[in-house]
Design a protein around this ligand. Sequence first.
Ligand code: FEO
Length: 172
Amino acid sequence: MLSNKLAQALNNQINVEAASSQVYLAMASWAEVQGLEGVASFMYEQSDEERQHMLKLVKFVNERGGHALVPQLDAPKADFGTFRDMFQELYDHELKVSASINELVHIALEERDYATHNFLQWYVAEQIEEEAQARTILDKINLIGNDKGGLYLFDRDIQQLTVNSAASDNPQ
Ligand code: FEO
């Protein structure tokens, strides 16, 4: 059985993951309108992944005797400036998600809830991967600079990344 404090913290994380899914969906839509097909598919995929992260938490909270609450969300912004700005934002966003997961792990230990601590290790590993992926993408963007041909190749490359990550990602 979850303590009230931990149930509340897990519900907060449900909110964080749901909000992430919304933000990445807005990024996908913006990229699609800009004609960046590869970037758009990547962001649609990220949005789906965040929804899976949220669902996994919802099911866990209910399984452990809590009540997972579906949060109300603010609309994300519609315009992300340049695709470089957008990926910087994605990276910064993931750093915040990692901080939030770390806080959750800390509370699980404080509450001596080792089952939840164990459950959260999946998220700890996932955050390492997501941060590394966002950093790799930013490095690539910095290499391209303002080169149009480079952007074309980048858009194609990132589509490949989406296919690979969809094949290897299994949050269940
Ligand atoms: Fe679910 Fe990208 O953190």
